[in-house]
Design a protein around this ligand. Structure first.
Ligand SMILES: NC(=O)c1ccc[n+]([C@@H]2O[C@H](COP(=O)([O-])OP(=O)(O)OC[C@H]3O[C@@H](n4cnc5c(N)ncnc54)[C@H](OP(=O)(O)O)[C@@H]3O)[C@@H](O)[C@H]2O)c1
Length: 310
């Protein structure tokens, strides 16, 4: 496996054993050799623009063994990614990702998020302790309240944790569009460090006011559900059988995953996007969205119209 310190694409292509499994991913030369990064507002800390969400193989070791989830993580790192939105404890299984990251010695290299996914003051605190213990990272990088649940209890806890130096950044996640009014009110009054929200070619509602507000007041944005399309499936189901249009090469895009991700990343309010996959070739595909040119405003409009016309 390639050296984890090697963060550029050229070295990945030369060294990584993951290339064998990533053979289906595009390997053509891009204008940029490093993944794009964006600053966390108000800081000089930059995050690479594409990271990982929490696939099922981060909850349970799959039948194929530990190598699969480790290769997924390693491929992200080799291609310049750092952010992992780690799985919460709302399933009966204790997530395995913490132990894998520990075995790989990547705690310091990665930017790890955790979320409170229970209600109740004491339950929330216990949940955070469990999350941090599982991930083995102190201070934690980012802790959030999942879908803004039980904010009266959890937000003061997160503020205390930040003040005590147990976590560097705090925020909330919210992917239910009907609650954006509450999210925006919260952002204005509490000015969290981060929000995580759903945003995709098929679900661009966040771009109407939540994302501009985040940019205005200096809140970092992690985009979740980047491939969400209809209730019957993600964008891959929707576009099946259709090639990526030729004009997508104008912004260094070679796949539908990159088409979706570059649409998201070309919104300047977005700090990074997390993608969920259990396939190494898909990690490589997704990470490549963080390289090269991004579409301009007119092209963004064209992209959306094109996808909706299929
Ligand atoms: N409220 C919250 O806090 C919240 C809510 C929702 C999501 N999230 C976060 O956001 C992350 C991502 O959102 P999501 O769960 O909706 O998943 P997503 O990343 O939008 O879509 C995942 C699906 O896309 C497929 N896929 C990924 N890359 C692909 C590629 N290059 N080519 C073809 N198919 C590809 C995956 O299948 P394969 O496994 O076959 O690749 C999987 O079926 C989650 O893991 C989680 O971390 C947070």
């Amino acid at each position: 496996m390639a050296d984890i310190k090697v963060l550029n694409r050229r070295a990945f292509l030369a060294n990584s054993a993951a290339l064998v499994t990533a053979a289906a991913a595009p390997v053509k030369s891009f204008a940029e050799e490093s993944m794009l990064t964006r600053l966390i507002p108000g800081t000089d800390e930059a995050l690479p623009v594409v990271g990982l969400g929490a696939p099922d193989i981060f909850y349970n070791i799959p039948a194929e063994g530990k190598d699969l989830p480790k290769s997924v993580i390693q491929t992200m790192v080799d291609l310049g990614g750092r952010v992992i939105d780690t799985p919460p404890f709302f399933r009966p299984d204790v997530p395995v990702v913490g132990a894998l990251i520990t075995e790989m010695g990547l705690q310091e290299e990665l930017f790890l998020t955790g979320k409170i996914t229970v209600s109740g003051k004491e339950e929330g605190r216990a949940h955070l302790e469990r999350t941090v213990q599982n991930l083995g990272k102190r201070p934690m990088d980012l802790l959030m309240v999942h879908n803004m649940r039980d904010m009266a209890n959890h937000w003061p806890t997160l503020r205390d944790w930040k003040e005590e130096g147990k976590v560097r950044y705090i925020g909330v996640s919210l992917t239910r569009s009907k609650d954006y009014v509450a999210l925006e009110k919260f952002m204005k009054t509490e000015k969290p460090d981060f929000i995580m929200t759903g945003y995709s070619l098929h679900h661009p509602l966040a771009a109407e006011s939540a994302l501009p507000l985040a940019a205005n007041i200096g809140v970092a944005v992690i985009v979740a559900e980047p491939f969400k399309a209809t209730k019957d499936g993600g964008i891959f189901t929707f576009v099946r059988g259709n090639p990526v249009p030729e004009w997508a090469s104008e912004f260094d895009c070679e796949s539908w995953a990159q088409f979706s991700l570059k649409y998201i990343l070309s919104n300047p309010a977005v700090t990074c996007v997390v993608t969920e996959t259990r396939k190494v070739s898909h990690v490589a595909d997704n990470m490549h969205a963080g390289y090269g040119r991004l579409p301009d405003a007119a092209t963004r409009q064209r992209m959306r119209e094109y996808v909706l016309s299929l």
